[in-house]
Ligand binder design. Structure first.
Ligand SMILES: Cc1ncc(COP(=O)(O)O)c(C=O)c1O
Length: 375
């Protein structure tokens, strides 16, 4: 059922920022290509809009986690190469090849099911082989990688289009595992070439590695978080100055009331105010992706360009803000939870730090109840 007027809580996505971020990254990593990672609905920003903006910024390919995510992009008319970042169930092989998605293969079962689906569909399907060089999440063991790559290269209906790996600690540039993973990967690639096989596009770097590990850029980088102007982790924050955050989270004040000294607000009445205070209710909550924990750290939001703390536990659909220090707050005023207002800005990183998580979890957690408005 649709309604005729918008809810008083929404997300703004600045697609120009995405385009800028990709173009800026490309200027840093060229001649390596940039493939934008748009899984998880473009990290909460909206996959199709982000994909188009990333391509406008110079991305030559896209990466997703799920077959459904790739199909969604194809159905929206996105025709760039789309790599699915890990092997998918054999039952989805036909969907992969029918939609011209590029599969990741890490096992003989994966290879066989894709080749059969490609034979049945009458196509030759592009495949990348992923090597587990030390993260131990997904990928073929390095000792078996050359055999798997050889098998792909001779499969009747598969084309070896790439070989890749993924770092466990790229956001800690000094971590000894990075050099170890890189050395293992290089020796696998050398072995593939020594066997007379062209590995296609060689790639390893996520955002952090693309920025901080030049030796890991190879033919292309697979970058998610910096595409959205966010920070992969504290260890590489110094590389992130020229990226622009693309997401803002906003709402309008739905009620204003005065409470007396000693009163408290929200479930549990947890934190009494020390003096007579003005409290604004804001109609979004943890069902929209505002982590419940941000109240405990008195996370601030911006009202009329001024910082005001969250005053009590975040509820499912609403939260309360102490606006005592901000003059004249009225119903309908815009509240900026993430984003800029006046001279100040609150970042997803600030929220993440406040509750001990990472930027990724904040933006991916903004739920579908929140309308995305594209600027
Ligand atoms: C295999 C792989 N490559 C690249 C990325 C992109 O990572 P980032 O968002 O840190 O750039 C991810 C994200 O989780 C991933 O799983």
């Amino acid at each position: 059922m649709s309604v005729s007027a918008a809810r008083w809580a929404w997300v703004e996505v600045d697609t120009d920022a995405v385009r800028h971020n990709v173009a800026h990254l490309l200027s840093l990593v060229a001649p390596s290509e940039v493939w934008a990672v748009v899984k998880a609905a473009g990290y909460g920003h909206g996959a199709v809009h982000v994909a188009r903006a990333a391509i406008a910024g110079g991305a030559t390919g896209l990466c997703v986690a799920l077959v459904q995510e790739g199909v969604h992009l194809r159905e929206a008319g996105v025709d760039a190469p789309i790599l699915i970042l890990s092997e998918q169930p054999p039952s989805q092989a036909t969907d992969i090849v029918c939609h011209g998605l590029t599969a990741t293969v890490t096992s003989d079962v994966g290879l066989t099911s894709l080749n059969s689906a490609a034979i049945d569909t009458g196509v030759v399907a592009d495949v990348h082989v992923k090597v587990d060089t030390g993260m131990h999440r997904a990928g073929v063991d390095p000792n078996n990688a050359i055999d798997l790559v050889s098998a792909v290269s001779v499969a009747s209906n598969l084309a070896l289009a790439g070989v890749f790996t993924h770092f466990a600690c790229a956001d800690e540039p000094g971590h000894e595992a990075n050099a170890r993973q890189l050395a293992t990967f290089n020796s696998v690639i050398d072995g593939i070439r020594a066997a007379g096989i062209d590995p296609g596009r060689v790639h390893a770097a996520n955002s952090a590695a693309a920025l901080a590990m030049p030796d890991a850029r190879f033919d292309m980088v697979r970058t998610g978080i910096v595409t959205y102007g966010l920070v992969p982790g504290a260890g590489v924050a110094n590389h992130c100055g020229d990226f622009i955050p693309a997401m803002a989270v906003k709402a309008r004040v739905s009620a204003v009331r005065t409470i007396e000294a000693g009163d408290a607000v929200s479930y549990g009445l947890r934190r009494a105010v020390k003096r007579k205070s003005t409290i604004a209710t804001v109609p979004l909550g943890y069902a929209d992706g505002v982590p419940r924990g941000v109240w405990a750290t008195s996370q601030e939001v911006l009202v009329r360009g001024q910082r005001c703390p969250i005053a009590g536990t975040v509820t499912m659909d609403q939260l309360m803000v102490d606006v005592s220090e901000c003059d004249g707050v009225q119903v309908g005023d815009v509240v900026t939870l993430i984003g800029a207002d006046g001279d100040d800005a609150i970042s997803a990183s600030e929220w993440a730090a406040s509750i001990g998580t990472i930027d990724y979890e904040i933006v991916c957690g903004i739920s579908n109840r929140m309308e995305r408005r594209y600027l």
